[in-house]
Write a protein that binds this ligand. Structure first.
Ligand SMILES: O=C(O)C(=O)C[C@]1(C(=O)O)C=C[C@@H](O)C=C1
Length: 267
């Protein structure tokens, strides 16, 4: 995907291919996290004494990472959304002049708080190898959590490109639905159950394949590192629904960045 070429970014086939590729990153990241204990102290607010900071150890580690990554220009890219948008820093590298692909308010569509909540409350307890603390691994847990959160966030916020592509392909339909504020209608129009079903099936296969040693025959393999059904469930219950929420939130505001003449064409 080349963000300097808007026409490639808004091709729905290319977007779906990018989403399929992101599955690999997410599956591997979850497998990496699954080797550690649940480690609740990483998520407990003010568990550690961090000067001038109110939050969990993970919040603090993520903020430090985002401050560093913002300086290397991470959040200028249209597919990267920070968890702490008000605290990131200016890039040290010179700015990139990306062509306009998304609507001007796109950066305001940010569901990272929801992502962090479901990750900590739902995903971590299900994928950790054991409940409890492992004092020597708290740092490793938090760095792996950051990898997981960033990969999941990028995937979910890719919904903006999906939404823009769908809008461009059927402006007449979307302008009508948006003007009526018809959220159910927008949701129905962006939903493709066959694509969703395929994703879930593929994730079970990826979980089965990536979680084992490929050099051993199936019967010789110890138990898979992570239950493939858990990965599929994470997608079904959280990742896909939140991607749709991003699509809907983005579309509901889409006429803020549309020409009046263009809107008039479809009345
Ligand atoms: O591929 C699409 O059309 C999307 O809108 C993305 C996505 C997804 O999250 O993967 C979300 C909603 C659709 O029902 C199918 C898939």
């Amino acid at each position: 995907m080349d963000f300097m070429k808007p026409e490639t970014v808004l091709d729905l086939n290319n977007i779906r291919q990018a989403l399929v590729r992101m599955e690999d990153t997410i599956v591997f990241d979850l497998i990496e996290r699954s080797q550690f204990y649940s480690s609740p102290s990483v998520y407990e607010r003010n568990k550690f004494n961090i000067p001038d900071f109110d939050g969990s150890f993970l919040d603090w580690a993520l903020l430090q990472m985002e401050k560093a990554h913002s300086q290397i220009r991470r959040y200028e890219a249209p597919d990267e959304i920070p968890f702490f948008p008000n605290q990131i820093l200016k890039p040290i590298l010179p700015s990139i002049n990306y062509p306009k692909i998304l609507a001007k308010y796109a950066a305001d569509i940010n569901v990272n708080d929801d992502i962090k909540k479901f990750y900590v409350n739902e995903i971590v307890p299900q994928i950790s190898c054991k409940d409890g603390e492992q004092q020597e691994n708290l740092g490793s847990v938090s760095t792996q959590d950051i990898e997981c959160l960033q990969a999941i966030s990028r995937r979910i916020h890719f919904g903006k490109f999906v939404a823009e592509s769908k809008y461009q392909n059927d402006k007449g339909l979307y302008i009508k639905l948006i003007q009526k504020g018809d959220i159910a209608g927008i949701e129905a129009s962006i939903t493709n159950s066959a694509v969703e079903q395929k994703i879930i099936e593929r994730l079970v296969i990826k979980g089965q394949s990536y979680g084992v040693d490929p050099s051993l025959r199936y019967s010789q393999n110890p138990q898979s590192k992570i239950q493939p059904e858990i990965i599929a469930k994470v997608y079904k219950d959280w990742i896909i629904p939140l991607t749709k929420k991003v699509e809907i939130d983005y579309l509901l505001r889409r006429l803020e960045d549309e020409d009046e003449d263009e809107i008039a064409k479809y009345q």
